[in-house]
Design a protein around this ligand. Sequence first.
Ligand code: RP5
Length: 177
Amino acid sequence: MLEQAKQTTHNKIKTMSKVAIIMGSISDMPVMQDAIDILKQFNVEVEVDIVSAHRTPEKLFDFSKNAHNRGISVIIAGAGGAAHLPGMVASMSPLPVIGVPVKSSNSIDGWDSVLSILQMPGGVPVATVALNGAKNAGILAAQIIGSHDKKVLDTIIAYKEELKAAVNKAAEGLINN
Ligand code: RP5
């Protein structure tokens, strides 16, 4: 009975693993689409929304304080310029937050976005990926879920094999030419 209950709970947790992808503006979407695409490729459920730290602060509070009660396991937050979104979400959410610095229209050269997301104070981590690095944010989110979800883990293992095969094929082409 207990085993069955445990299994049911386990399955529930498994199916509940969802990644929230949020961004400060619709103008971030072309960059953030890479995270959506790779997570869909890994069969990880995603929800996507626009949450602006500066233009919709109440929504930011509501999202950050409740995401973990809605079956979300990891948050990916992308923003550019004075990119406060990932850090503010991390300040209120107990979930892991992955920050994507976006080179946006209000960004000087991208460094502003990178540094605002990267240089968090002690106690409030944001796992920051490269400028416009939404694809890696998606992969990292899937890896976090894969640490407790065998199906997702197997997909990542297969993905890494594909990466290796592509490099080997390219190298072979060099040798044979
Ligand atoms: C940030 O300001 C957004 O994340 C976006 O990267 C940037 C510019 O926003 P828009 O003026 O294009 O809406 O908050």
